[in-house]
Design a protein around this ligand. Structure first.
Ligand code: FMN
Length: 159
């Protein structure tokens, strides 16, 4: 059984309301756990960066469902590949809070200080996701439906 990782970016649509993020995470954790999909979701400056990993069919079906969600638009696949192991195992879906993104951390992976995953190269998106994964043990464990407290990218400079 092969493992796949999909990284995409999208932009929140006008239909995306502040309360929706919690709902999205709740649905993600519930559904992804069932099909053994793990990953992380970053939402900042009204753009999403999400990493989904798991079996090919499960990842594809999850992404197809997400694509149909009217709360976002202009989705673009940044990277899709077979991987040897999961990077976010144990996280059915983990939200990385936007204030975790320090200016310097954004600059490390982007041309400008503005976090814009829809304009990110595939290589930068992979590097950012991999850096987040490498630092994930610094984040307190999160129970389903609960946003984790703490900072991964904000701590990248310190660590
Ligand atoms: C940016 C974004 C990311 C999402 N990520 C996931 C996800 O990883 N897994 C998931 O099941 N739903 C995700 N959703 C929500 C789905 O689009 C859909 O609303 C949900 O799967 C419906 O679940 P339900 O039928 O159990 O209510 C996401 C939505 C958005 C806008």
């Amino acid at each position: 059984m092969s493992l796949y990782r999909l990284i995409y970016a999208s932009r929140a649509s006008e239909q995306m309301k502040p309360d929706d993020l919690g709902q999205i995470l709740e649905a993600s954790q519930r559904n992804n756990q069932r099909v053994h999909v793990s990953g992380m979701l970053l939402f900042s400056s009204r753009e999403f960066l999400q990493c989904l990993e798991g079996g090919r069919e499960a990842v594809n079906a999850t992404y197809a469902r997400i694509l149909g969600d009217p709360r976002h638009e202009a989705a673009v696949i940044l990277d899709y590949r077979e991987v040897a192991r999961r990077q976010f195992g144990g996280w059915a879906m983990h939200q990385i809070a936007h204030d975790w993104l320090s200016r310097q951390a954004i600059l490390d992976f982007s041309e400008r200080e503005l976090f814009s995953p829809t304009r990110m190269s595939g290589a930068s998106a992979c590097a950012m996701v991999e850096e987040l994964a490498a630092r994930r043990t610094q984040v307190p464990a999160e129970r389903p439906g609960q946003a984790a407290a703490g900072s991964v990218l904000g701590r990248l400079r310190a660590g």
